[in-house]
Design a protein around this ligand. Structure first.
Ligand SMILES: *Cc1c(COP(=O)(O)O)cnc(C)c1O
Length: 353
């Protein structure tokens, strides 16, 4: 606390990301990173940008990246906004599209950055409880007066998927509300809502290259929606930072979007490992929520969640545990390589005795 701070800073409760420990030889299954490397073509594109041109500012519109996203989804570049990680895209979305007189709605259990943005931008919000199986009930949102709605699909940290038909029903039922779908994990088992943005001008879809394209260290994300929604985001971005994406990121992100073969091969490996790991944990007595993401959310009926997380940590395996109501008995476990998944299963079997 300091008298030099603005009033707003005194009131902030910042987001706490999963730890990035400096120790070697850890099995790191706590921040949903991809165990397989980025596309070799993306790495080559990044390396090719590391030269004398770095003395020049990058393209403020990141057109190369925008065009690659537009190509991948068969939409126009005017329907695409890009940012420095989807967290930055989200920040601009909260300020530019989700701040209204009526409250913003999101689930009681979801990405814990959402309430943090609400604090930063002083956005009025209300949470809507997930059902007993941790599912989102669209009717609860349709029934409530809202200024806007944001949902993660698949949801985090529950890993559960909402069918596309439900998203369409929500977008059609609330035509005066912006509906944002955060698809950070959609490539691991769901169908993207991007095609729906073509007929619902109130629908905005956000994705990241951090998970399914294995580029968490590069910082690239994007949003797709009606050009009027995109223009709001460009206005916020150009009032904040003209050059959020550097030259390496623009080139690497564009090449990663274009390398569809690498993207498909690596995400299929993660999906296969997830199914194997789910079966192994179920055999150990865990309840595992049905996952459409690159992580699973699991609890053991006889063992405390925090104790299990600490026991794993003592054995060099890091998973994520949230000390929050309703989910404090769960572990969120990132899908690693098959070898890492096997080490996890064996270690859990030892801990459970
Ligand atoms: C990981 C994640 C993001 C942020 O991704 P970045 O692009 O790395 O900033 C956004 N939303 C959800 C739900 C996530 O899990």
């Amino acid at each position: 606390m300091s008298a030099y701070w603005s009033d707003l800073v005194h009131r902030l409760t910042p987001y706490v990301p999963g730890e990035q420990p400096k120790m070697a030889n850890l099995v790191k299954l706590n921040t949903n990173e991809n165990p397989y490397g980025p596309s070799p073509k993306a790495l080559a594109a990044i390396a090719a940008e590391t030269n004398d041109t770095l003395r020049l500012y990058p393209d403020p519109n990141s057109d190369l990246f925008k065009q690659a996203v537009a190509r991948f989804f068969s939409v126009t570049p005017a329907s695409v906004f890009v940012g420095n990680g989807s967290d930055e895209v989200l920040a601009h979305v909260f300020l530019g599209l989700l701040k209204h007189d009526k409250p913003l709605l999101f689930p009681d259990i979801t990405y814990s950055f959402y309430p943090v943005y609400c604090g930063l931008y002083e956005i009025d919000y209300a949470t809507v409880p997930l059902d007993a199986q941790f599912g989102i009930r669209i009717d609860d949102y349709l029934a409530q007066d809202a200024g806007a709605i944001i949902l993660a699909n698949p949801n985090a940290p529950t890993s559960r998927l909402l069918p596309l038909a439900d998203i369409e029903r929500l977008a059609a039922g609330k035509p005066d509300c912006v509906i944002v779908i955060d698809e950070a994990y959609i490539d691991f088992g769901g169908e993207s809502a991007v095609p729906l943005t073509q007929r619902h001008p109130n629908l905005l879809v956000i994705q990241t290259l951090s998970k399914s394209r294995s580029l968490a260290g590069l910082r690239a994300g994007f949003a797709i929606g009606h050009p009027a929604l995109i223009e709001a985001l460009e206005r916020v971005k150009n009032s904040f930072n003209s050059y959020p994406l550097d030259r390496m990121t623009i080139a690497g992100a564009a090449a990663a979007m274009d390398d569809v073969a690498w993207f498909d091969a690596t995400r299929q490996r993660v999906i296969a490992s997830r199914d194997t790991l789910t079966a192994s944990l179920q055999a150990l007595g865990f309840e595992v929520l049905p996952s459409a993401a690159n992580f699973i959310f699991a609890r053991h009926p006889a063992r405390d969640g925090l104790e299990l997380a600490q026991a794993l940590r003592a054995r060099g395996i890091i998973v994520r545990h949230f000390k929050l109501p309703r989910i404090d008995q769960f572990l969120r476990i990132t899908i690693g390589t098959d070898e890492q998944c096997a080490i996890l299963s064996t270690t859990l079997a030892e801990i459970l005795g």
